[in-house]
Design a protein around this ligand. Sequence first.
Ligand SMILES: *Cc1c(COP(=O)(O)O)cnc(C)c1O
Length: 379
Amino acid sequence: MIPYGRQSIDEADIASVIEVLHSEWLTQGPGIASFEEAMASYCHAKHAVAVCNATAALHIACLALGVGKGDLVWTSPNTFVASANCVRYCDADVDFVDIDSKTLNMSVKALTIKLEKAKQQGRLPKVVIPVHFSGLSCEMEAIFALSKQYGFRIIEDASHAVGAEYNGYPVGSCKYSDITVFSFHPVKIITTGEGGMALTNQAHLADQMVRLRSHGIAQKPEHMVSAPQGAWEYQQIELGHNYRMTNLQAALGVSQLKKLPEFIAKRRAIAKRYHDLLAELPVVRPVTSNESSWHLYAVRFPAEKRKAIFDAFRKADIWVQVHYIPVHTQPYYASFGFTWGDFPEAERYYNEAISLPLFFDLTIEEQDYIIDFIRNFLS
Ligand SMILES: *Cc1c(COP(=O)(O)O)cnc(C)c1O
């Protein structure tokens, strides 16, 4: 069976986790700060806050930006449900911006039109969450310019884009956003089992996210509301969560991060090979990019053939996936009044999409087998 994505764990990764098991610190240990510092440095960001998964990171990012009841947050319909659910955890309202048919990311044109309309109606979003689909960055410079014009904040959902670049800068630098969120789920670029991180250049946002990941408790005297009675004292100053990453996970993260450049180079090579080998076939290939982290290689097949080819892939033990069922069509979001037809580009893409296997250990033989399968099926 060839999965669409899979972790790559070597002996150094295993040794680094075993070392933690022999140590004093299973959770909340020094490895967390090491992982945060290593990732912040890799991304040229000032602060990094490690948490138990990217969904939690998105949640505390929204909270840190003050998202609450009555607020409006926009994201892409072509994403995993977590990009929208984080808004609902804050009791705020979600809306979507349709995608660009080529990049499959939030369309800057659609965003501009929707912002102008929202301004006239007096209901602008507080936050916009662009999602770097497949590891290709959104047009952040343009979205950042719009955020200044219309007064919203930006959280980049970069779950797919660990190790990607944009305009020569690492994704995560937060050059064009307030906060960037990464996922370390095993199907993503590097893994900690479960894990996520929020990066920012704003110290007050980092402080607040640190507090929110651990019950809303202030540890440092300067963050407390009154002078502590003694060294034992901690003060819960707001309602937070238990979203901490463990030291075991952080050790794995530090070890995996060392291999990130190698992981990305291999993914780019696999994507390039798909691009070349699929050139002759009647499918639509994703846009080429030297800056993408290539979390996904999403191909568009003729819509009327998509179901049959998906089933045939699976029968041939090629475990392809579809990314994504447009979030607004999920029954939960339909209950807010969203319906098929609301975001036609995301829906059109969904009806044709299949993500081909792409992971570090995918072999040339496996890739040839996948290409041969597609050629035979379509001929
Ligand atoms: C995987 C993913 C998430 C959630 O990540 P977890 O670490 O599993 O919580 C959020 N957004 C996108 C776009 C994802 O692909």
